[in-house]
Design a protein around this ligand. Structure first.
Ligand code: PEP
Ligand code: MG
Length: 765
């Protein structure tokens, strides 16, 4: 089937975005943008202004048509002139005679007097202005609404690739000053370590071209990478020869053809011998080759461009392995990747990892939760990271969600100081390890741990957990390359149940999907959060489900402390079908003469439908656990994993609080045991309200447990009820946070909150 060619404007747009995102430094990128936009609009002038957020001003960063001497020298304050007005108002300006606009300011050094036709649009990313893109012409030319719409589309598309470089470092990436890279808070804590890249692709990378290169060594490494890639491809082809069709296998032949080609391999070698690093040479050649295919009309050849980029990525990974070797015994590793997977984390002992950084994802993505469980700081959603190298020292600030590359002595000192303070505080909270979690007025709360890796069993016990409130069984499924057998699962579950015996252990049945793909069972969905997740997946894959249920029932044979928890329940029949499967598993085990014990059954309340259906579900279950992460995601309709909307995700959103209050009330009326196992349980402000709601069991990552116990032991339940009553009258999460923070300060408990911004600022640009 042949598809119609896209309309010319989309084709042009695709071209400029591909080109701009592949630039190797910001100077190259901004030049590429103004060149393309000038051509598309056929105008004599195109200019790009970017915000210098440190100095709170706009700077002309690239132009075609205005005097080149004003580049980097023309600076405007927010609200100053037409450019400053666009930046401040975040609205476009379309003028036939620019000089008649009341905000017009004339800068003679630019030579712009005759270009009266003016169209300027803001460049905005996640609500912040990054800069202004302008086209100008002389009369009689007039821009129209269509021009405006197209320029807005271009600027919207360019925003995220412009973010790759901080504005204050526009032209010099080689300077070794501390540089801040903004992301989103993932897991709390600060750390200093050495970069190790995983799951990254060639286009995320560039290497400083100004450094001295040993061409011979780069060439040898590149050639070894080519050999290694050929060997790997041959092995993969052999492995797949009976499981995929012949036309899929042909891709391997194309890859091998490219590896022996003039255009890819020989051209890269030539660039290396001319003094480029192997990575930069490879990147340039891959871009060049892929663009040839990508600009062809025929859809078949265009797809080949993707194949070229794939082979480029394979070579790149081989090159990293050849030049850096495998990092297996290093310590203080900061893992950086597009989305660091559980399998990536599983390659290391938890003690080796200092921090985790993901270019994508946000605070509630499962990588961030895993980092919290392991007590490792994490920063998410940084976007592409350029200018960083394998092995570089980097400071990671999980409290503020940022990285500091090239941390100087002052930054290192400030971070080390904070690490020391953290350790002191942890020791203080741990003093209460063997004391009950009881409010000052004698109200007893049970604190349980969330786990997922065997490695995080002991931290829970060491910190005084009174059981497991949520064992995410999908984590061991994700950290391997096929479904674990019943016997393998039995071993894992038995280990967990015995470690916590006689305390209860709530094991959740497989909850894959969403941001938890199984590497060996991948499927793509347009809307994975609303897709084949949790109980929906397991009920549709009965052999997988029944083997898990059998392993659980067997593990409980003599220990009797298992509780089974069903994820993502949104229908009564999902509970009934599971009960039937539990019956089937029990019958099978009896017939086989294997001992087992039926566990209590509960559901996660994390889909609003489950709340409405609770009266119908209650007769079939023993308990419920509130999954506040997903429940908030589905109440607020905000994807918990999407960095673009994560600022709208707040567990203290009034709608979330009112829902949980009503749910607790309903559970009491239905005589259902209730606990909460989402991230709310580890947020001191949220816990102040949960105690007020009358929730008696909280399950959280074990690292937060001592802190939450300390909080509970220092507050009165009757105060918590009052805070809740006041909070429920407020219409915004910020007001709720302020109210709770104020009360925490009154009780001198504000050290329980993450350190405020500013404490580790020293020495950061
Ligand atoms: C939740 O949704 O709150 C929860 C605890 O489950 P998970 O974070 O694993 O989806
Ligand atoms: Mg969930």
């Amino acid at each position: 089937m042949r598809l119609d060619p896209p309309p010319p404007s989309l084709e042009l747009l695709r071209h400029i975005i591909v080109d701009a995102s592949r630039a190797r430094n910001q100077a190259q990128q901004v030049d590429c943008i103004v060149k393309h936009v000038q051509q598309i609009f056929s105008v004599p002038v195109c200019s790009l202004y970017l915000i210098d957020s440190e100095r709170h001003e706009l700077r002309l960063i690239a132009t075609l048509g205005l005097n080149q001497r004003s580049v980097d020298n023309l600076k405007l304050a927010f609200g100053e002139g037409l450019i400053g007005t666009i930046a401040e108002s975040q609205l476009p300006l379309l003028l036939d005679r620019a000089s008649s606009h009341p905000d017009y300011l004339y800068f003679p050094e630019t030579g712009e007097a005759k270009f009266e036709a003016f169209l300027g649009v803001p460049i905005i990313h996640l609500g912040d202005t990054l800069g202004v893109l302008v086209v100008q012409d002389s009369p009689p030319r007039q821009f129209d609404d269509e021009d405006e719409a197209f320029l807005i589309t271009i600027s919207a598309q360019l925003a995220s690739s412009l973010l790759r470089w901080p504005s204050s470092q526009a032209t010099d990436l080689s300077e070794a000053l501390p540089r801040q890279i903004k992301g989103i808070k993932g897991a709390p804590g600060v750390a200093i370590g050495h970069i190790h890249f995983v799951s990254v692709e060639l286009h995320h990378f560039s290497v400083d071209n100004t450094v001295q290169v040993d061409s011979q060594q780069e060439l040898t490494e590149f050639q070894s990478a080519v050999t290694k890639t050929i060997v790997d491809l041959d092995a993969a082809r052999k492995r797949l020869r009976y499981s995929v069709s012949e036309d899929v296998l042909e891709v391997f032949d194309f890859y091998k053809l490219m590896l022996g080609s003039e255009q890819l391999t020989k051209k890269t070698e030539l660039r290396i011998s001319e003094g480029e690093t192997a990575i930069n040479a490879l990147r340039s050649t891959v871009d060049e080759c892929a663009l040839i295919f990508e600009s062809m009309d025929d859809i078949y050849f265009r797809a080949k461009g993707e194949d070229v980029r794939n082979i480029g990525n394979r070579l790149f990974k081989a090159l990293l392995q050849v030049s850096q070797g495998q990092v297996t015994d290093a310590s203080n590793i900061v893992l950086i990747g597009d989305l660091v997977s559980v399998a990536d984390i599983g390659q290391f002992e938890p003690g080796q990892l200092a921090a985790i950084v993901c270019m994508n994802g946000s605070a509630l993505s499962h990588t961030a939760l895993l980092a919290s469980a392991l007590g490792i700081p994490a920063v998410m959603g940084t976007g592409d990271i350029s200018g960083l190298k394998e092995g570089d020292t980097i400071a990671v600030d999980g409290y503020q969600g940022r990285l500091i590359a090239n941390p100087g002595d002052a930054v290192l000192k400030a971070f080390n100081e904070l690490i020391k303070q953290q350790q002191q505080q942890d020791r203080l909270y741990l003093q209460f390890r063997d004391q009950p979690a009881e409010t000052v007025d004698g109200y007893r709360i049970r604190l349980l741990a969330n786990t997922g890796l065997l490695a995080d069993i002991s931290p829970g016990l060491e910190r005084g957990a009174e059981g497991i409130g949520l064992y995410r069984t999908e984590i061991p499924f994700m950290a391997r390359d096929n479904f674990p057998s019943e016997e393998e699962q039995l071993e894992i579950y038995l280990h967990l149940l015995s470690a916590y015996h006689p305390h209860p252990v709530s094991m959740r049945t497989l909850d894959i999907g969403g941001d938890k793909p199984l590497p060996y069972f991948s499927f793509r969905e347009d809307n994975p959060a609303l897709g084949w997740r949790g109980i929906r997946f397991t009920l549709d894959n009965r052999p997988v489900f029944i083997s898990q249920l059998r392993a659980m029932l067997r593990a409980n044979a003599s220990l009797h402390n298992l509780r089974v928890l069903l994820p993502m329940v949104s229908r009564v029949d999902e509970v009934l079908d599971t009960l039937e499967l539990i019956n089937t598993a029990a019958e099978q085990l009896s017939k086989e003469g294997l001992s087992f014990h039926r566990p209590q059954l509960g559901i996660m309340v994390e889909v609003p439908a489950a709340i409405m259906l609770l009266p119908f579900i209650a007769p079939h279950i023993d308990f419920i656990s509130i999954g506040s992460n997903d429940l908030s995601q589905y109440i607020l309709a905000v994807d918990r994993n999407n960095p673009r909307v994560c600022s709208r995700f707040d567990l203290l959103h009034p709608a979330v609080l009112h829902t949980i209050v009503a749910l607790v009330q309903q559970a009491k009326e239905l005589h259902l045991n209730i606990s909460l196992c989402g991230e709310m349980a580890s947020d001191p402000l949220a816990v102040m309200l949960l105690i007020g709601m009358g929730i008696e069991v909280l399950s959280m990552n074990s690292c937060s447990l001592p802190k939450i116990k300390y909080l509970i032991r220092h507050i009165h339940r009757r105060d918590a009820e009052q805070w809740l009553n006041l909070a429920l009258k407020l219409d915004h999460e910020t007001k709720i946070r302020e109210l709770l923070t104020l009360n925490l300060e009154k009780l001198q408990l504000h050290d329980l909150l993450d350190p405020p911004e500013g404490q580790q600022e020293q020495g950061i640009q």
